[in-house]
Design a protein around this ligand. Structure first.
Ligand SMILES: [Mn+2]
Length: 430
């Protein structure tokens, strides 16, 4: 294991909360993610279905959780199914959970082999009203490849046409939005690893370095610190590509006088961090770069104060748009008259230089559950990431950290240098 065991009590409480939010005769089926084929006999690195991890802590493919809390047979109330290992798997792939180990990790007493699932499902369905299953309900997602949960939904519709299926996603959203202390600790750990990775870049950056060398410094620190890798494809964008929001080619030489924009995070114990910093390749901001950076940094500093209970991402967006209007006018990108000519609406003018939202929820996914209208509560973690992108000048700046919502909002990345002087000092301290 790359991370110390998580208290099984956390997963037990998550299942209790889930059950308390469902009607009496409900059943729940949560299916692990697929092992995704690459080519030949290779698969992509396995990433557990976040819902299944949140409810069981089981980090292994082909796992199924089946709940039916009011079933007359106590054995049917909480069951976990795991893949049955065999000598071939042991020789070629090594250790898989034993039923005892999976029971210990998850706190589920009744752990069975996956071969026993079909009859167990029939026994559960004999008493279940609605069966709840989770599909991705992020409206921005559209993948051609079907997930294992979707295949199960179809199969179950066919096998049990008179049963009702229910949407688990809104319920899991409730569970995953507010982070428990154990989750906050894990995200803090992920942010700490990310901070050290940034430090490595600060100490290695120089003109002539290729963007992927910066990426390699980050990857090195992630892996040696026990992260399972990057939380998302890392962005190491220099020069004009600082203005390409999701640039991931990372294959250009960083030139003297250019900026390097890094947007990166690790996955530690399945929890994600998401940090952005923009640094001068030669160690010194040009006057114009400094001007743009400091405008973005003022917005960053002010926006962080608003990660308060009662806020929403949309409300934060409106606050940031006001700040952005003032700063972009200050940078000479448009004028107050231009805004007046547009009936006082600065947004279309701002959008040319700042195209994204101020942030997103963070947790077991980088873009975690929760939309822009969710009202912030203590324990939620939301990114803060203003950016100013001036394509004509080849200057793009993004500064991002991960905020814990509280009456005094907590910046989980507070230790990571973000001011211009602080960054220059750290680059030069090598
Ligand atoms: Mn982000």
């Amino acid at each position: 294991m790359r991370y110390p065991e998580i208290d099984p009590g956390f997963f037990v409480r998550n299942r209790q909360k889930l059950v308390s939010l469902l009607p009496d005769n409900a059943a729940v089926l949560v299916v692990s993610n697929d092992e995704m084929p690459d080519s030949g006999d290779e698969t992509h690195p396995f990433h557990q279905n976040p819902d299944l991890f949140h409810l069981t802590g089981i980090d292994q493919e082909q796992t199924l959780l089946l709940l039916c809390p009011n079933h007359s047979n106590p054995e049917c109330r909480e069951q976990l199914f795991i893949v049955r290992t065999n000598p071939t798997i042991e020789i070629w792939n090594g250790y898989k959970y034993t039923t005892e180990h999976a029971a210990h990790v998850s706190g589920i007493r009744n752990v069975r082999w996956r071969d026993d699932f079909e009859p167990a499902l029939k026994e559960v369905m004999a008493e279940a009203g609605t069966l709840y299953m989770g599909l991705d309900e992020d409206w921005k997602c559209s993948f051609e490849v079907e997930k294992q949960t979707q295949r199960f939904c179809r199969k179950i519709r066919q096998q049990f046409p008179l049963h009702q299926l229910g949407r688990l996603a809104p319920v899991m959203r409730e569970l995953r939005l507010r982070k428990e202390p154990v989750e906050i600790d894990l995200i803090r750990k992920a942010v700490g690893i990310t901070a050290r990775a940034f430090d490595r870049v600060l100490h290695s950056i120089r003109p002539g370095m290729v963007e992927y060398e910066a990426e390699a410094e980050i990857t090195y620190e992630f892996i040696r610190s026990g992260a399972s890798g990057h939380a998302f494809s890392p962005i190491a964008a220099s020069g004009k590509d600082t203005c390409v929001l999701h640039y991931i080619k990372n294959d250009k030489i960083c030139k003297d006088g250019d900026l390097l924009l890094l947007d990166f995070g690790c996955r530690y114990a399945n929890y994600h961090s998401d940090i952005s910093r923009t640094i001068p390749v030669n160690g010194h901001f040009t006057p114009r770069q400094r001007q743009v950076y400091e405008a973005c940094h003022r917005i960053y500093t002010e926006a962080k104060r608003h990660y308060l209970p009662g806020m929403t991402i949309n409300k934060l967006n409106r606050i940031v748009h006001k700040l952005m209007e003032k700063e972009l006018i200050g940078l000479g990108l448009f004028t107050a008259e231009d805004v007046a000519d547009n009936n006082g609406d600065a947004l279309p003018l701002i959008r040319k230089y700042y195209m994204h939202n101020i942030g997103h929820f963070l947790g077991l996914d980088t873009h975690d559950v929760g939309n822009r209208e969710v009202v912030f509560e203590p324990g939620m973690i939301v990114t803060c990431e203003p950016g100013i992108y001036i394509a004509d000048e080849g200057i793009g700046v993004r500064i991002e950290t991960d905020m814990l919502v509280a009456d005094s909002p907590i910046d989980l990345g507070a230790e990571i240098p973000s001011g211009t002087d602080e960054i220059e000092k750290n680059i030069n301290s090598k």
